[in-house]
Ligand binder design. Structure first.
Ligand code: ZN
Ligand code: ZN
Length: 138
């Protein structure tokens, strides 16, 4: 199968591809997205982990605790620091969350919701009318 999505980090050391369409795309306002992006939120596309693979280089993982117990791994380039993808080991082990800014072409992603709005910053006004969920949607 040919890759539908391709992306990588800012310096080119890490490359990845995905052979499936995103299951969903969301604007995530969780604290990790704020800390990792340096902004109010990050936009992520959930893809089946079985369809996702790193094709060049080895990302570095940052493991942090989530609500579900097993925690999450946020993967980034050890050279340029660009955020690439996150695996939620507890709640959604079969989904890889691609940070859409790392895609070669993110113009076609289609965010349909805001998640983790419980930790959204008061100045981060949500005005697009998309559904909002305080955490992950049911
Ligand atoms: Zn890099
Ligand atoms: Zn997040």
């Amino acid at each position: 199968m040919s890759a539908l999505l391709e992306g990588g980090c800012a310096c080119g050391q890490i490359r990845y591809e995905c052979t499936a369409e995103p299951l969903f795309t969301a604007h995530c306002h969780c604290r990790d997205c704020q800390q990792a992006s340096g902004g109010g939120m990050a936009t992520v596309s959930g893809v089946p982990s079985a369809a996702f693979r790193v094709t060049k280089g080895t990302p570095k993982s940052f493991h942090y605790a989530g609500n579900s117990g097993k925690g999450l791994d946020r993967n980034f380039c050890p050279n340029c620091g660009a955020r690439l993808y996150t695996n939620n080991l507890g709640a959604l082990p079969d989904v890889t969350f691609i940070a859409v800014g790392s895609l070669d072409d993110s113009s076609k992603v289609n965010p349909t919701m805001h998640i983790f709005t419980a930790s959204a910053q008061p100045w981060d006004k949500i005005t697009d009318g998309l559904p909002q969920y305080p955490g992950m949607p049911g």
